[in-house]
Design a protein around this ligand. Structure first.
Ligand SMILES: Cc1cc2nc3c(=O)[nH]c(=O)nc-3n(C[C@H](O)[C@H](O)[C@H](O)COP(=O)(O)O)c2cc1C
Length: 342
């Protein structure tokens, strides 16, 4: 066979058992469709397998959650997946990677490509992809990202990046998700946030702008970058924004995400930079990677974040004058996110 599929650890414990995740449950349908696209004899599978001594093993001491204990329900491959497999090609393994798997694959003398799918991207998928790459250096190795899930969405992305560095071809990747979250009473800041999101989309990301109180928490959690915005009230962010940062924001898993900030105000000298600085400081407290292009992107220089001024009696009055800056900031932010996370 020229092309084969390896289905890694699609076992109940990794889907909705001891180590299950929402993301793992979400890929089951994709994995089933993928298996159906191959002849049954071209599909290999692995099964993580532990025993009663698991907690005293090296792995168990570092991950003290009993899982895939031989013979348990959690150890079984998800029924709908198992029914599609040729049972002679299942490799049992008690480590992340299987050394038996490349040996089985080598029996295909005309093998040109191995595609991997399954769980978890950042542990067993990456381990097996790299073992196959080492054992069969002239065989193309690919991973379909839409059929894999990581321990966390961020670790999934990081593992894809590592595999790409090792010349594993990554397919089926969704665009990066980016979120803009702001307070807005009379609509200026929301408008600015929408312009930022438009700029992010121009750079290839899937981007959404939310007002606090109307947030799609799942989308934000899956986002690798979040830009926060607030109107300026008495040279501060609004009380509602501050309050949300100390409550709702804590539930969104912001650590490790790229963070940016913007503000709108009535006056050029009304306090926008104080608000941006304060938002960026809060992002640091949450462990975010704080973004500023500074002056590195040339003109227009947006420094620490874009501002929109709506009530000046001077020039540059009116939010529309700032549309281009917000959009450009969104594009720059998204390009930086792609550089870091892809
Ligand atoms: C209570 C209050 C305080 C404000 N304080 C300031 C201020 O200190 N400096 C400033 O330039 N604009 C100030 N503004 C104007 C708003 O920041 C500005 O109109 C902003 O764009 C409103 O955003 P929104 O339309 O998203 O609610 C204030 C507005 C209100 C209602």
């Amino acid at each position: 066979m020229k092309k084969v599929l390896v289905v890694v650890d699609m076992q109940n414990d990794f889907i909705d058992g001891a180590l299950g995740t929402k993301e793992a449950q979400a890929i089951v349908g994709n994995v089933i469709e993928k298996i159906k696209s191959y002849p049954p004899e071209a599909v290999y599978a692995t099964m993580d397998t532990h025993f009663a001594d698991y907690l005293s093993t090296q792995e168990g001491r570092r991950l003290p959650v009993e899982h895939c204990i031989s013979g348990s329900d959690g150890w079984l491959i998800r029924k709908e997946v198992y029914e599609l497999l040729d049972h002679g090609t299942i490799c049992i393994k008690n480590a992340f990677g299987s050394l038996a798997l490349p040996e089985a694959l080598k029996k295909n003398e005309d093998l040109e490509e191995v595609e991997l799918v399954g769980l978890c991207t950042d542990i067993c998928v990456v381990s097996n992809a790299l073992i196959i790459k080492a054992a069969l250096p002239e065989v193309k190795v690919s991973v379909d990202a839409s059929c894999c899930a990581g321990v966390t969405p961020a670790k999934h992305l990081a593992a894809l990046e590592t595999m790409r560095s090792c010349q594993v071809e990554i397919t089926g990747e969704e665009p990066l998700k980016l979120s803009v979250i702001c307070d807005s009473v009379s609509g200026n800041t929301k408008q600015a946030g929408e312009w930022i999101a438009e700029g992010m989309r121009r750079a290839g990301a899937e981007a959404k702008c939310f007002k606090i109180g109307e947030i799609d928490a799942d989308f934000v959690k899956q986002s690798c970058g979040v830009v926060l915005g607030s109107p300026v009230y008495s040279a501060l962010m609004t009380a509602d924004m501050r309050s949300w940062l100390q409550t709702g924001a804590r539930e969104l898993g912001l650590a490790g995400k790229l963070g940016g900030a913007f503000a709108t105000a009535q006056y050029t000298h009304g306090g926008t930079e104080l608000v941006i600085q304060s938002l960026l400081e809060t992002e640091l407290v949450y462990g975010m990677l704080v973004y500023s292009a500074g002056n590195s992107e040339g003109h227009p220089v947006i420094h620490i974040g874009p501002v929109g001024i709506n009530g000046n009696r001077e020039s540059f009055n009116g939010m529309e004058n700032y549309k281009e800056y917000f959009g450009l900031y969104g594009e720059r932010f998204a390009r930086k996110a792609y550089g870091l996370f892809r």
